[in-house]
Design a protein around this ligand. Structure first.
Ligand code: ZN
Length: 272
């Protein structure tokens, strides 16, 4: 076993939010996943529409990683008719959620920054999927961009559990989300020079509610910024967060990996 492999293996991390079905990985998807797994990094790859969710599940089975399935707010417009998420879509998502290695409903939520889908359709898709996750007792992975109030309202009404991913807000918003029992997912944005507010927030979040992610292929952390992101780089996120919290990388990894295992029930699957 090569020397640096042994060192890497000492730190186990989970990239709780990747988009491995993206075309950016077409040339080297297999190697990219193996690179992460060999470095002790587990992965949860997200679905963003029905095809992408099927792909995520396929990748989870093929590579012994994990998947989440759901309709992203950008795609909601295609799947909402007469103020409802198409029932065939909900049925298919439910079937996928019951497959092995499918650990969450995601990526779901609201995006009022890009507004690629009408807001009414986004709200319907979010509510209907949130309700399904609640009924099946599965965690949700939530995308929130400039939609704080509407996201909080749905979280409050819904009583499902999960993570608000790619969190970039201030401590007050973090607190509102934490009060509802949710986790916060932190990615490479925490390493960007302009992210001072986020770094202050990350210092203040209770360690037991923090999980790490890449959101790859987007948002590569410093020192890989500008390149295609990949699960391996969750290590740079971990290093940055450890430094902010005055913890060793080992301690930070132990805590955040434990949180991810607990939230997504990964231990049950890895050990069975
Ligand atoms: Zn995402």
């Amino acid at each position: 076993m090569p020397y640096n492999y042994m060192i890497m293996e000492a730190v186990q991390l989970v990239d709780t939010h990747a988009h491995l079905d993206g075309k950016q990985f077409d040339a080297d998807r297999e190697e990219t996943i193996q690179r992460a797994l060999e470095a002790g990094i587990q992965i949860i790859t997200m679905g963003t529409d029905l095809d992408s969710s099927e792909q995520a599940v396929h990748l989870a089975h093929k590579h012994e990683i994990f998947a989440a399935v759901g309709i992203h707010p950008h795609e909601a417009g295609r799947f909402v008719k007469n103020n409802q998420l198409d029932s065939r879509v909900l049925t298919r998502l439910e079937t996928l959620l019951n497959e092995e290695r499918v650990v969450a409903m995601g990526e779901i939520g609201l995006d009022y920054f890009k507004d690629y889908s009408p807001r009414e359709a986004q709200l319907v898709a979010f509510r209907d999927q949130f309700a399904l996750a609640h009924r099946l007792k599965r965690p949700v992975v939530i995308h929130n961009r400039e939609a704080d109030e509407d996201v909080l309202e749905i979280l409050r009404d819904g009583d499902a559990f999960g993570v608000v991913h790619s969190f970039t807000g201030n401590a007050a918003l973090a607190q509102k989300i934490l009060d509802l029992g949710f986790y916060l997912g932190i990615n490479g944005m925490v390493t960007f020079p302009k992210s001072g507010v986020l770094r202050d927030t990350v210092k203040a979040i209770p360690l037991e509610r923090l999980i790490l992610e890449t959101d790859c292929p987007y948002l590569a952390p410093v020192p890989q910024r500008g390149k295609r992101n990949e699960p391996l780089y969750v290590r740079h996120v971990a290093e940055c967060v450890a430094q902010l919290r005055n913890l060793s990388l080992e301690k930070l990894a132990e805590a955040t990996t434990g949180n991810a295992m607990k939230l997504f029930g990964l231990e049950r699957i890895i050990c069975s």
